[in-house]
Design a protein around this ligand. Structure first.
Ligand code: ATP
Ligand code: MG
Length: 350
């Protein structure tokens, strides 16, 4: 089911939580709604769910305008961060609950609940109470309950925030598997860029109620449209430094970093992905200020005449603090942004 938001706005008295939003969510996709706390993710999701009425604009499920439909008529399944299962009911009763509300005959309801339990792989837990399950298992029950009534759209609001780090990894993969297996159009709200990057087909990135970019995770990372997007995605984060373009060359801290054809002379904000700093390759020299070991990688902070630039290398790369290293940069990992608007300025490698 394709979902479209057309000129959607939401105001809470004087606060504009969502500004003039236009998005298209592809049928059968898993789309991440990503952004920092307070940027309007939940507000957007709740408008799609029908829990909030937009102040302006329209929402479509396929060709059907659903803007005025109450939540129960939209065919959605909702899952929140706190699992909200009924604690006194068994897992099976929890999953059956929406079907009983719809007055589906018992035998048929049982079959539907068991099928859904198979899909989310909790068949052997049906007789337990929620308190006898792990957080990840509880979230799977919540997903089964959301989907059992043949939802057309699955809406998840930070479904993993209550889980510990390891369970978060497992459960997000589980959500991806369930989504692929059922083919259900899913919107997944998260503030965690890594989570969004790892499981979604498409990301809608928001800031302060405005959409910053909608793209596949890979495109958004490789080709950010503005400084906010470049900074929000990536760990370790992109290096942000002041620079200037002079005669089609990017100059940072008095050093010529690389050529940028087609960009006029001007001061710029420069974003350099840590993996685009190629150590041992090139003739720019900088001294090592700090070495951090992060899992299988080493992050080296280089001091280039007072500018700090982080580079990422493999763990077995040997170097010492204060050592002088030479480096160059990979053009495709260097972004230029307008100093006042933050918009991307594109040029060509030269
Ligand atoms: N019921 C409400 N009344 C007034 N303001 C609200 C209401 N709900 C949200 N807001 C405001 O709207 C903005 C967006 O809130 P929203 O809950 O959508 O953010 P979010 O992106 O989901 O954040 P988080 O990651 O913290 O959950 C915030 O400034 C918030 O304070
Ligand atoms: Mg929220």
């Amino acid at each position: 089911m394709e979902i479209r938001l057309e000129n959607i706005q939401k105001k809470f008295s004087s606060v504009v939580a969502v500004h003039d939003m236009n998005i298209r969510i592809k049928d059968g996709s898993l789309t991440g709604l990503l952004g920092p706390s307070g940027c309007g993710k939940s507000t957007t999701l709740f408008m799609i769910a029908g829990l909030y009425a937009p102040t302006a604009g329209n929402i479509f499920f396929g060709d059907e305008a659903v803007t005025l439909l109450p939540p129960e008529k939209r065919g959605i399944g909702l899952v929140f961060q706190n699992y909200a299962l009924y604690p006194h009911m068994t897992v099976l009763k929890n999953i059956l609950f929406p079907l009983e509300n719809m007055k589906i005959p018992k035998k048929e309801a049982l079959k539907m609940a068991e099928e859904m339990a198979d899909i989310v792989q909790i068949r052997d837990l049906l007789d337990r109470k929620p308190s006898q399950l792990s957080g990840g298992q509880q979230q799977r029950v919540a997903i089964a309950r959301a989907l059992v009534k043949k939802a057309r759209v699955l809406l998840l609001d930070e479904p993993l925030s209550n889980l510990d780090a390891r369970l978060r990894l497992e459960t997000r993969e589980e959500i991806r598997r369930i989504q692929k297996e059922t083919g259900i159009t899913t919107i997944y709200v998260t503030h965690d860029q890594e989570e969004a990057m790892s499981i979604t087909d498409d990301i809608v990135l928001m800031d302060k109620g405005w959409i910053q970019q909608q793209d596949s995770p890979q495109q958004m990372y490789l080709n950010p449209g503005n400084q906010f997007t470049a900074e929000f995605l990536g760990n370790p984060p992109v290096n942000i430094i002041d620079g200037k373009i002079t005669d089609s060359v990017l100059v940072v801290c008095g050093e010529k970093l690389c050529g940028f054809d087609g960009v006029e002379d001007q001061p710029v904000v420069v974003g350099i992905r840590p993996e685009a700093v190629l150590i041992g390759n090139g003739d720019i020299k900088a001294s090592v200020r700090l070495i951090e070991i992060v899992g299988k990688d080493k992050i080296i902070s280089l001091d280039l005449k007072g500018c700090l630039i982080r580079a990422i290398v493999s763990l077995d790369y040997d170097c010492n603090v204060e050592e002088l290293l030479s480096f160059s940069v990979k053009h495709s990992g260097v972004f230029l942004f307008d100093k006042t608007t933050g918009a991307r300025i594109k040029g060509f490698a030269s």
